[in-house]
Ligand binder design. Structure first.
Ligand code: UTP
Length: 308
């Protein structure tokens, strides 16, 4: 993306990041009977803290976490835990004290309750009251998705500054994989790595996929999305779909663009994506990386000899 595009719209940094975390997590049963998937650790850090860190890194002040009544533990992660801090401090365990205190120091968390899982669109719509009157846009980050490097949200903010409207994050998959995702119908723009979205199809049949650019869990949404969310009907699975509201904005001529992400992406929402994420991030961990690498080589070699 070219970084010198002269701003047409006045620059506002992202103040609020909305984190929808009220889904049922059925793909992670039986773990999610009692543990919200957002608290499952990637190496040693829960997904919700990774998201808080990413939100803080783009300068956001507020994390509006959409939680289900049965998932209040997610907000507890941002509390102070004075007894643990006191006990660890008395033992001189400063490093562990820092780990306990980190989440709470990152950003101001606000809980918004979604009584029933009526869909991602419904969840995002509940955040309207949290925004200040002067917030023309906000970010949505799905805690199921790890998108690296985290600077992609900054690129998206720069695109909004240049062209206004809403800006989403897309990544390329093979044609065969498009049926698992929301797929963008796009046109080229004169900004490198940025496409204009002219339509979106949720989980299309192979021959109906308009491109191989699919949605990730990072959105920079114009405040007009709230009005669009009020006007859509429940779609797939009887849920209010965020993509339907975005589609409505596009139909009404509102600018929607995607930044084509060239980095990595992990899906923490199911074991098949969660395990590779742990391996990838674990391999780069200063404490566990080397030993994990050796273990993995051994495990793979044992596995391959079993296959023979
Ligand atoms: P997903 O559909 O991927 O999550 O929603 P889920 O519903 O928890 O997963 P499964 O299919 O049952 O395994 C994407 C994101 O939207 C949130 C989820 O928590 C997840 O972060 N979400 C979804 C809500 O907050 N509310 C909803 O009603 C639906």
């Amino acid at each position: 993306m070219s970084r010198d595009s002269s701003p047409k719209y006045s620059f506002q940094s992202t103040k609020t990041v909305v984190v929808p975390a009220a889904g049922m997590g059925t793909r992670f049963l039986p773990a999610t009977k009692t543990v919200p998937k957002e608290l499952l650790p990637v190496v040693d850090t829960p997904g919700i803290e990774l998201i808080a860190e990413e939100a803080a890194s783009v300068g956001a002040e507020r994390l509006a976490v959409i939680v289900a009544p049965s998932k209040q533990e997610i907000m507890r992660h941002f509390e102070e835990f004075p007894e643990i801090v006191e006990m660890l401090s008395a033992r001189g365990k400063d490093e562990q004290v820092a780990k306990v205190q980190r989440a709470q120091k990152l950003i101001h968390p606000v809980a918004v309750e979604q009584e029933k899982p009526l869909g991602l669109g419904h969840a995002v719509g509940l955040a309207e009251d949290v925004l200040d009157d002067d917030e023309d846009f906000f970010a949505v980050m799905l805690p199921d998705d790890i998108v690296l490097p985290a600077t992609v949200m900054e690129d998206m903010a720069r695109v909004r500054q240049a062209v206004g409207g809403s800006v989403l994050c897309a990544f390329e998959v093979s044609r065969e994989e498009t049926c698992n995702y929301g797929v963008f119908d796009v046109e080229d723009t004169n900004i490198d790595g940025v496409k204009k979205v002219v339509g979106m199809v949720e989980k299309p049949e192979l021959e109906e996929a308009p491109s191989n650019l699919v949605a990730t869990g990072r959105y920079l949404l114009d405040r007009k999305i709230f009005d669009a969310l009020r006007r859509i009907e429940p779609g797939k699975g009887g849920e209010l779909q965020l993509t339907d509201a975005i589609e409505l904005l596009i139909k009404e001529g509102e600018p929607v663009h995607v930044v084509v992400h060239k980095g990595k992406r992990h899906d923490l929402g199911n074991p098949g994506g969660f395990i590779p994420a742990n391996v990838d991030i674990g391999l780069r961990h200063p404490q566990y990386g080397r030993a994990l690498y050796a273990s993995l080589k051994r495990i793979i070699s044992d596995y391959e000899s079993e296959l023979k």
